[in-house]
Design a protein. Structure first.
Length: 114
């Protein structure tokens, strides 16, 4: 069974940066898509960024220009670098991987507050 473990969340001041990392129990290159979603209480999960097996990336409008999704072959991780963080970015961030089935991590909390 595939396991995804997120790390890198925490408390950051507005304007700050965080790098989230998603470690997979199997090769990240075995998935058709890997992505980061986020969720705040009483709202639906929303896509933040995604990267396809061929390396193509997609970003939601609310992080365009502030986020970079990347893959590390050595670490077998998919990372999300987020800059110029805003209070509205406060959420639990989830890593997902698709390979005929969706696998989800347990999430990491990101809090943007002064």
């Amino acid at each position: 069974q595939v396991q995804l473990v997120e790390s890198g969340g925490g408390l950051v001041e507005p304007g700050g940066s965080l790098r989230l990392s998603c470690a997979a129990s199997t090769s990240i290159f075995s998935f058709t898509v890997m992505a980061w979603y986020r969720q705040v209480p009483v709202q639906q999960r929303e896509l933040v960024a995604a990267i396809r097996a061929n390396g193509l990336t997609h970003y939601s409008d609310f992080v365009e220009g502030r986020a970079t999704i990347s893959r590390s072959r050595d670490k077998n991780t998919v990372d999300l670098q987020m800059n110029n963080l805003k209070p509205d970015d406060t959420a639990v961030y989830y890593c997902i991987a698709e390979a005929g089935y969706e696998y989800w991590g347990q999430g990491t909390q990101v809090t943007v507050s002064s």
